[in-house]
Design a protein around this ligand. Structure first.
Ligand SMILES: NC(=O)C[C@H](N)C(=O)O
Length: 332
């Protein structure tokens, strides 16, 4: 057992009634005070911010990553817990995971019910996250929620209100977490970490555009016109759109825009099966298929690739690297 640092960022776990609705405003110490700290674990709190996670920006995520690195520079620290709003937790978790190069865990958690709710799920989630952070190794960045630990990669918010808020619809949980401890089922495969972006790196605009019946290329082209350096196309089915959208993708790629392809469907991979505007043609136009990543995390992979280099071909390589999971984790 050991020393865990909690980095507090806000979310419902830190939310109080504001007179018209809930919003994050509590400091990390107040959040920690709600939870039972597992025996033998000592905790230090770092207050990074206190915001609803729909307001999280790339700048916040880089600040979080740099804070994680600073904390892990201390060899006495055994692991980190990040308390975070659930709305965009999957994005921050995956961003941290793509750049994480330490055997010690970073565990994100939060709550569906606010800080002072007598039926709140925050205290249990925080206890479980502390226990996980203090005890596991070589699992990368994890999301601990409702008694389960999920790999950052692939995990999405699957419930707007219910306590079992997170799952990987195309995978299975990494571990169960209970008062008895952490029972690990498998070790997630992760690619070698991408370099940490510098504090003053220019922040690229990365947009997300969803396809639907009757969609034309207007919004995709508007993203290019707005200066997007990357665009995630959320296509239908296994990654399909129209010949007109394919033409817009090809034009964007020829201008150096990094285009990634995911799907509106909740489960399963995108795949090159259909033509006449389908994934076969989108891939030929230069879009990179993102496997089983959903829109938020596909956008994070594009963001990390864009932060890695300004060279368009290098960005495609970095994106493919971020998508190709398998450096098998060492087992302990
Ligand atoms: N359950 C939550 O945490 C939702 C909250 N609005 C957030 O900050 O993401």
């Amino acid at each position: 057992m050991g020393q865990v640092v909690v980095i507090s960022t806000g979310g419902t776990i830190a939310s109080r009634w504001q007179g018209s609705g809930y919003a994050a405003d509590a400091a990390g110490g107040d959040v920690l005070a709600t939870a039972a700290v597992p025996e033998g674990v000592s905790v230090r709190v770092v207050d990074l911010m206190s915001v609803n996670s729909a307001r999280i920006t790339t700048a916040h995520q880089i600040a979080l990553l740099r804070t994680v690195r600073e904390v892990l520079a201390d060899p006495a620290v055994d692991g980190i817990v990040v308390t975070h709003g659930t709305d965009t937790l999957e994005e921050s978790a995956f961003f941290l995971d793509l750049h994480h190069d330490d055997p010690r865990p970073v565990v994100l958690t939060g709550a569906q019910r606010p800080l002072e709710d007598p039926e709140g799920d925050g205290p249990r989630n925080l206890h479980d996250a502390l226990l996980t952070a203090a005890t596991v190794r070589d699992l990368g960045v994890l999301v601990v929620f409702d008694g389960q630990a999920h790999a950052a990669r692939g995990t999405v918010k699957v419930q707007t209100l219910a306590a079992d808020a997170f799952a990987d619809p195309s995978g299975t949980p990494v571990a169960d977490v209970s008062a008895d401890g952490v029972r690990i089922h498998h070790r997630p495969a992760r690619p070698a970490p991408l370099p940490v972006p510098s504090a003053d790196a220019p922040l690229p605009r990365i947009d997300v555009v969803m396809h639907h019946c009757d969609a034309d290329p207007t919004l995709f082209e508007a993203a290019v016109a707005a200066g997007a350096q990357g665009i995630v196309l959320v296509a239908t089915g296994a990654g399909n759109a129209t010949p007109e959208i394919c033409a817009a993708v090809e034009a964007a790629v020829s201008r150096g825009v990094l285009v990634a392809l995911t799907t509106r469907v909740s489960t399963g991979p995108v795949a090159e099966i259909y033509t006449h505007g389908g994934a076969v043609d989108l891939a030929a136009a230069g879009a990179v298929l993102t496997g089983t990543l959903r829109a938020g995390q596909a956008r994070i992979a594009v963001l990390s690739a864009a932060l890695a280099t300004t060279d368009p071909a290098g960005r495609v390589d970095a994106l493919r690297h971020a998508l190709a999971a398998p450096v098998p984790a060492a087992s302990h």
